[in-house]
Ligand binder design. Structure first.
Ligand code: IPM
Ligand code: MG
Length: 361
C-alpha cells in the first residue's frame, strides 16, 4: 500500500531538515516494506514569494489528498514587515485551522546522553519523559474580535479575544485523558482560573470529564506556577493539557529541559487521526542554508507520523531507536554538542540516523 506524504519544507532551515526526513522515510520504506509517495507544497514566506499568500489553496488541497503532512518551519525577517494577514506564521495557523488539527502533542523526552546538554542540572532532568498537549485551533490565537484599531482621538488599541466553547475544551480534554491513560495515568490541566473566565470553564469541564476516567489522576495548576514547576521539578509531570497560548509558551520551556529545542517533535491531529507533523523549533534564519541545523526533531516527528497516522508502531520504534543510537555513538549537531565535541552537519546527522536504522543498532 502506498502512503502519500505531503512535504512542506517552508522557510529558513526547513528545506534542509525536511530533506533528511524524506531520506529517512525512504529508508523506513525499504526496511518495513512501506511505499511512500511524496508531494510538495508551499507554505509561509516561500509561498508569499511565489503566490502572494502564506497558505495557497493548493497547499490545503494537497494536504487533504495526502495521508499525512510533514512540515519544516515557517518565518523569517524578510517577511516580518508585511501586514499581519500576510505573515508566514499565518500560513501555519491557517493550515492547522483548515484541517481541524486541534490536538497538538509535544513530547519532551530526555535522551540520557544529553543530560549534560540541558541548561538544568542533570539530576533535575535525567529520566524526563513528559507530554504537553496543547489545544491548537482555538483560544486567543483565533478568537474574534481581533485587530489594531484607531480610536476617534487618534490613539491606537490592539485587541485579541480568548474564547473557548465547552465542546472545544471537552475534545482536547478527552485527548489528554486518553493519552494519560496510555502512559503514567497522571494528567495535569494548566489554566489561569484565578483570573480568566475561559479558564474557569476549562477547569469545570476537565473536572466533569474526570468522572469518565477514574483510572487517571487529574490535577489542576495555574500556568505561572506550571512554568516555575517545569524548571524546578519537571519530573513531577506526566501529561499536561492546556490551551493554545499557554501550551505554546510551556512547550518551549519544556523543550529546553531536553537539552535543545532542536530535539522536540510534534504531532497535530484532527478528529480522524489525520496529522501534520513538525519540529517544535522554528525556521532559525540565522543558520539557514549552512547545514548547521539539528534534524533530529524532524526525524522524531517522522516517528510520530509513523505511529499516530500510519499505525506503524515498530517502524516508529525503529526510528526512535536509531536516534538514540546516534546519540549513544556520541554524534552531535552544534546545538547539543558540549565544548570540544566533534560537530556534524545536518545531512551528516541525517545519514547517521539512516545508517543506524539500516543496521538496526
Ligand atoms: C509553534 C510556533 C507557532 C505558534 C508560530 C510559528 C505561529 O511558535 O508552533 O509553537 O505560535 O503556534
Ligand atoms: Mg511556539
Amino acid at each position: 500500500m502506498s502512503h502519500t506524504i505531503l512535504l512542506l519544507p517552508g522557510d529558513g532551515i526547513g528545506p534542509e531538515i525536511v530533506a533528511e526526513a524524506e531520506k529517512l522515510l525512504l529508508a523506513v520504506g525499504e526496511k518495513f516494506g512501506l511505499d511512500f509517495t511524496f508531494t510538495r507544497g508551499l507554505i509561509g514566506g516561500c509561498a508569499i514569494d511565489v503566490t502572494g499568500v502564506p497558505l495557497p489553496d493548493e497547499t490545503v488541497a494537497l494536504a487533504r489528498a495526502a495521508d499525512a503532512v510533514l512540515l519544516g518551519a515557517v518565518g523569517g525577517e524578510k517577511w516580518d514587515r508585511g501586514p499581519a494577514h500576510l505573515r508566514p506564521e499565518r500560513g501555519l495557523l491557517g493550515i492547522r485551522k483548515a484541517l481541524g488539527l486541534y490536538a497538538n502533542l509535544r513530547p519532551a523526552l530526555l535522551f540520557p546522553e544529553l543530560a549534560g546538554a540541558s541548561t538544568l542540572k542533570p539530576e533535575v532532568v535525567a529520566g524526563l519523559d513528559i507530554v504537553i498537549i496543547r489545544e491548537l485551533t482555538g483560544g486567543i490565537y483565533f478568537g474574534e474580535p481581533r485587530g489594531v484599531e484607531t480610536l476617534a482621538d487618534g490613539t491606537r488599541i490592539g485587541r485579541n479575544t480568548m474564547v473557548y466553547s465547552e465542546a472545544e475544551i471537552e475534545r482536547i480534554g478527552r485527548t489528554g485523558f486518553d493519552i494519560a491513560r496510555r502512559r503514567g495515568r497522571r494528567l495535569c490541566s494548566v489554566d489561569k482560573a484565578n483570573v480568566l473566565e475561559t479558564s474557569q470553564l476549562w477547569r469545570d469541564v476537565m473536572t466533569r470529564l474526570a468522572a469518565d476516567y477514574p483510572d487517571v489522576e487529574l490535577s489542576h495548576m495555574y500556568v505561572d506556577n506550571a512554568a516555575m514547576q517545569l524548571v524546578r521539578a519537571p519530573k513531577q509531570f506526566d501529561v499536561v493539557v492546556t490551551e493554545n497560548l499557554f501550551g505554546d509558551i510551556l512547550s518551549d520551556c519544556a523543550a529546553m529541559l531536553t537539552g535543545s529545542i532542536g530535539m522536540l517533535p510534534s504531532a497535530s491531529l484532527n478528529e480522524t487521526g489525520f496529522g501534520l507533523y513538525e519540529p517544535v523549533h522554528g525556521s532559525a534564519p540565522d543558520i539557514a542554508g549552512q547545514q548547521k541545523a539539528n534534524p533530529l526533531a524532524t526525524l522524531l516527528s517522522v516517528a510520530m507520523l509513523l505511529r499516530y497516522t500510519l499505525g506503524q508502531a515498530s517502524a516508529a520504534d525503529a526510528v526512535e531507536q536509531a536516534v538514540a543510537s546516534v546519540l549513544r555513538q556520541g554524534l552531535r549537531t552544534a546545538d547539543i554538542a558540549l565544548p570540544g565535541e566533534r560537530v556534524l552537519g545536518t545531512a551528516q546527522m541525517g545519514d547517521a540516523v539512516v545508517a543506524a536504522l539500516r543496521g538496526g543498532v
